[in-house]
Design a protein around this ligand. Structure first.
Ligand SMILES: Cc1cc2nc3c(=O)[nH]c(=O)nc-3n(C[C@H](O)[C@H](O)[C@H](O)COP(=O)(O)O)c2cc1C
Length: 192
């Protein structure tokens, strides 16, 4: 069985800026694997630098901003053991180097060797609205692939958790995603 953690991976770009991307971490037998689709900037950066940072973070606005390509102010702190940075508001982070790459044209697997880990904050427990935002991120990243009726019915269901348990950050992220989906649909309608 493979357990997946939804994280933000930070990697160093060629111009020394930091690339921020939501990426799943696949865990089996205590091994951490990243499976970025090719082509992607995160994949290029990890392969070139042979390293990166896995950020465990509960601010879902960062996930949503990446999906809707909204520029938000993200602060970074230099990593300890590798040439990269982690997110200032990460709860914890893992710095890794590449242990092994399993080549694949569409989706290679990077097996990560952790070289340093730090905890920066408390974990304050689960929140249904945060999970709902992550689910909507996944749907929003698959527009045109997932049937629109399915997306609308999922939104209706996920909205229950938003209505009952969201704070300001979750509502902000949720609204960015709804707006992004709405604009996509309007664009499609205009082109028909
Ligand atoms: C919760 C979540 C998990 C994701 N996991 C993956 C993943 O495991 N592999 C992947 O290629 N993309 C994943 N994505 C989509 C990437 O974030 C997106 O494709 C991104 O643009 C990666 O390309 P980049 O490195 O060029 O930014 C995920 C998105 C979300 C919201």
């Amino acid at each position: 069985m493979t357990y997946v953690r939804e994280t933000i991976v930070t990697t160093k770009n060629l111009d020394n800026t930091i690339k921020v991307s939501p990426l799943g971490i696949y865990i089996s037998n205590n091994e951490l694997r990243i499976k970025p689709f090719s082509p992607s900037q995160s994949l290029d950066n990890i392969l070139r630098n042979r390293s990166g940072v896995i950020n465990y973070i509960d601010d879902v606005r960062i996930f949503a901003s990446c999906i809707v390509k909204k520029k938000i102010n993200i602060e970074f702190i230099e990593a300890t053991k590798i040439d990269c940075s982690f997110l200032k508001n990460a709860i914890s982070h893992t710095e890794f180097v590449i242990d092994k790459v399993i080549e694949n044209d569409t989706r290679p697997t990077i097996i990560c060797k952790p070289v340093h880990e730090e905890t920066h904050n408390f974990f304050y427990g689960f929140n249904r609205a945060k999970s709902a935002v992550i689910e909507l991120c996944i749907l929003a990243s698959r527009l045109g692939i997932i049937d629109d009726k399915k997306i609308q019915s999922e939104i209706k269901y996920l909205e229950i958790a938003i209505g009952k348990t969201a704070g300001e950050n979750e509502i902000e992220a949720w609204n960015w995603l709804l707006d992004y989906i709405k604009k996509y649909k309007e664009k499609i309608r205009k082109n028909v």
